[in-house]
Design a protein around this ligand. Structure first.
Ligand code: G
Ligand code: G
Ligand code: MN
Ligand code: NA
Length: 254
């Protein structure tokens, strides 16, 4: 419970920071957008991974305030980019189950987007495969509402859960994010390569984009490109970076 109290305090006192990790198009390695990933700069422990505190936040309900903080910061950032006449690439935000279950989830997004004059096309939402599968009809309903705003939805960590390929045709997502665990083994393990190839082909036939996560080597870049994957994300290209660094990147592209 110590971490819960500290997290509450941390959120109030600006210790939580948004980082952005760029995504690139395999076709020409141009920028495609970014994923927002939260970091906690803890006063004594330093930067803490979300893997440590997101589960606590989910258990205690703090995730609601954290998610709203992330969404507002991202909208504000996109607004500032527009004011600076930067090219605005969409930013993807992760949402977990308790966040999607808020009765005013969509209203909150709508209100915040209006506040910063952000259209849905600038926002993407990442939902893990296991979250979607946990309650397909309820989550489908939310995804349909998001799509009405022009918000794109990705299925995150694809391939790690009890994926039923059959679900893909009824869930109205736009994109599959291939989990890093596949990418890690793609060079050495032929089975892994074959599985990825089939997933990418299936995604294409269903009109879904694919993003490869956790790309760390040039060989992985070449292989995934050859397999027809659309977008790349990983340390090979860029680590998650503070908003100010990402903004500098956008200024260079101007
Ligand atoms: O950023 P990585 O660096 O460590 O993130 C670890 C996990 O935390 C990922 O599964 C990611 O989806 C999740 N995560 C990161 N930021 C957020 C956030 O703002 N909200 C939610 N719900 N999950 C997040
Ligand atoms: O939301 P999701 O579970 O996909 O979170 C992505 C996680 O993967 C984050 O923790 C992010 O920091 C991490 N990540 C992104 N690219 C790389 C990479 O190339 N290598 C490793 N080890 N982790 C990565
Ligand atoms: Mn993600
Ligand atoms: Na993932």
């Amino acid at each position: 419970y110590i971490i819960e109290e500290e997290l509450k305090k941390g959120l109030k006192s600006n210790q939580l920071k948004i980082y952005l990790q760029p995504k690139y198009n395999f076709s020409d390695l141009s920028l495609n957008g970014a994923e927002a990933l939260i970091r906690w700069n803890h006063p004594s422990k330093g930067f803490m991974s979300p893997e440590k505190f997101i589960p606590v936040a989910e258990r205690t309900g703090l995730i609601i305030d954290i998610g709203r903080f992330v969404f507002e910061q991202v909208c504000k950032f996109l607004y500032e980019c527009k004011v600076n006449e930067l090219c605005v690439y969409p930013i993807a935000i992760n949402f977990s189950l308790p966040e999607l279950y808020q009765s005013d989830f969509i209203d909150y997004l709508d209100k915040t987007m209006k506040k910063y004059a952000i259209s849905g096309e600038m926002i993407e939402i990442e939902i893990t495969e296991s979250t979607i599968i946990s309650d397909i009809s309820a989550i489908n309903n939310i995804i349909f509402q998001l799509k009405n705003y022009g918000i794109k939805v990705s299925m995150d960590d694809f391939g790690t859960g009890y994926s039923s390929l059959n679900h893909l045709k009824i869930i109205p997502i736009d994109c599959l994010k291939l989990d890093k665990s596949f990418i890690d083994t793609v060079e050495k393990d032929n089975n892994s390569k074959n599985i990825i190839k089939i997933i990418i082909d299936l995604a294409k036939s269903l009109n879904l984009k694919t993003v490869a996560e956790g790309i760390e080597t040039k060989d992985q870049v070449e292989l995934l490109k050859k397999l027809g994957c659309d977008c790349a994300q990983g340390y090979y290209f860029a680590k998650p970076m503070p908003l100010s660094d990402y903004k500098k990147m956008l200024f260079k592209l101007k």
